[in-house]
Design a protein around this ligand. Structure first.
Ligand SMILES: NC(=O)c1ccc[n+]([C@@H]2O[C@H](COP(=O)([O-])OP(=O)(O)OC[C@H]3O[C@@H](n4cnc5c(N)ncnc54)[C@H](O)[C@@H]3O)[C@@H](O)[C@H]2O)c1
Length: 454
């Protein structure tokens, strides 16, 4: 089944469920948590209006109220983008770094002319029945645990990529979204870029023949993160809550912010950082789901520092349909194929297609350019898609199930690298077959009290 088929089927069942509970009659009640859904079921039809679906409006009933967890870099950009989307309110700015929280709350207050509440613990957002959406833009080890708690509290969730820190967490995040009937979208915004959507349509309609292979890559010239010094925890940081579900580690001065990406306790290396963006589009274009085999090679070659994740990594993902995806990540050498540091190319029996910027270029089998397309990039369309999903109950472009399948490929690549083994997987669910050492990395150890449950 294609993602679109998966999506359509899930949408239908979700929509049917909602109709049967009369939720679509009052979007505002749908936006609210399980408590409000019960209320919707109990209301008389005259109290909740007629059956007709109205066009999206600017009415207060369509207003999406959100809290943003983690605002240093990405969360601040999300706050700006979500406010610009219209008929939204950022009601909470949440960060365990008080400097980031006060900087972004000031910005939000100025833009929306209403000060958000500032909290350090995102569970205060979950406690508030007036909040519809939890945005998770904290580090990766928080993504699935916060998503799962958010769904259980009746919130829809916009979660940054990757949607989980381990395969086990990804499966739990999908289960939580389905169990609580919440809309969960991952921040792989290319899923909503019109130029990329058009490229994928061309691939799916056979414009370059049968597509058998997709190459993805990421190149950069990242500096060394150095050797961290154990120091006192800064007074602006709640280090225990920064770690949250991750086991307690002594504080050192080269992790917060951003460099956590290169430590296995909190990050997923470049593969789970920029790799997931390209691999997600490749998987979409090839119309593949779970692999049969994942292998990896590479190492940490460039800098002698605290980084644990590889700076040079080549991953091959083979699928049961007789198709493959590769990813090449070089964190220290900026020159990539097709003169681009980030890219995706598709190779078919009649031609090829290369993602270029926010669009694509298509070539025939002689390498002659035969078509191109482009469109807007950024977050606007992806945020609009998410907000529409929240308002209407339809699944979104990077729904959590799609998100999990793409994120899982990154986890399997990292597991292949870390265990130096060939990872054979069950093509029905991506589970690791006959490799207990690799399977030990399917889940993770949690700090007491933080193991997610669905
Ligand atoms: N979709 C995209 O294009 C895109 C771009 C950049 C980053 N991201 C993703 O966004 C996430 C954040 O990236 P970043 O670059 O902003 O990282 P960052 O380290 O700069 O910021 C993370 C913020 O989260 C805060 N935080 C940590 N624990 C928290 C908690 N318990 N509650 C509230 N806040 C907490 C940190 O204090 C920090 O301010 C990453 O997972 C990254 O992969 C996505």
């Amino acid at each position: 089944m294609s993602d679109l088929t998966d999506k359509a089927e899930s949408e239908l069942s979700l929509a049917a469920e909602m109709r049967s509970r009369q939720q679509l009659k009052d979007r505002r009640l749908f936006l609210k948590s399980g408590v409000a859904l019960t209320a919707a079921g109990a209301m008389t039809s005259s109290a909740i209006g007629d059956d007709s679906e109205s066009e999206p409006t600017n009415s207060p009933g369509d207003r999406v109220v959100m809290g943003i967890m983690g605002v240093n870099g990405r969360g601040s950009a999300i706050a700006r983008g979500m406010m610009a989307a219209g008929n939204t309110e950022v009601a909470y700015v949440c960060d365990v770094d008080t400097r980031a929280a006060s900087r972004v709350s000031q910005l939000v207050g100025e833009v929306q002319k209403k000060d958000p509440k500032v909290v350090g613990d995102f569970r205060r957002i979950l406690d508030d029945n007036g909040v519809d959406v939890l945005v998770v833009a904290a580090p990766n080890h928080w993504h699935a645990p916060a998503t799962i708690l958010g769904c259980a509290a009746g919130k829809h969730v916009y979660v940054e990529k990757p949607c989980s820190h381990t395969p086990e967490e990804g499966e739990m995040a999908v289960a939580a979204a389905r169990k609580h009937k919440r809309i969960v979208q991952m921040g792989t915004q290319r899923r909503s870029w019109p130029g990329i959507v058009e490229a994928i349509q061309r691939i799916h309609q056979g414009d370059i023949g049968k597509v058998l292979y997709s190459r993805t890559w990421y190149n950069n010239r990242r500096p060394s993160i150095g050797i961290g010094k154990p120091t006192a925890i800064p007074d602006w940081l709640d280090w225990r809550l920064w770690q949250g579900p991750a086991p307690d580690r002594p504080y050192k001065d080269n992790v917060v912010h951003y460099n956590w990406h290169w430590h296995w306790d909190w990050g997923n290396g470049e593969l789970g950082n920029n790799g997931v963006h390209g691999i997600d589009v490749a998987r979409w274009g090839l119309d593949v789901h779970y692999p049969v085999r994942v292998t990896a090679g590479g190492g940490k070659y460039r800098h002698d520092d605290d980084q644990e994740t590889p700076d040079t990594l080549m991953v091959t993902m083979d699928f049961p349909e007789g198709k493959s995806i590769t990813w090449e990540g070089l964190s220290w050498s900026p020159l990539g194929p097709h003169d681009s540091g980030f890219g995706i190319s598709f190779h078919g029996t009649e031609g090829s297609l290369v993602q270029q910027g926010t669009g694509y270029v298509m070539y025939d089998m002689r390498g002659k350019e035969i078509a191109k397309g482009n469109g807007a990039g950024g977050d606007k369309d992806h945020f609009a898609d998410f907000l529409d999903g929240v308002r209407t109950g339809r699944l979104t472009n990077a729904d959590i199930e799609i998100a999990h399948k793409s994120t899982l490929l990154c986890h399997l690549g990292n597991i292949a690298y870390r265990t130096g083994s060939v990872i054979n997987t069950d093509p029905d669910n991506g589970h690791i077959l006959g490799n207990p050492t690799a399977n030990a990395l399917w889940g993770r150890e949690y700090a007491p009290g933080w193991k997610p449950e669905v």
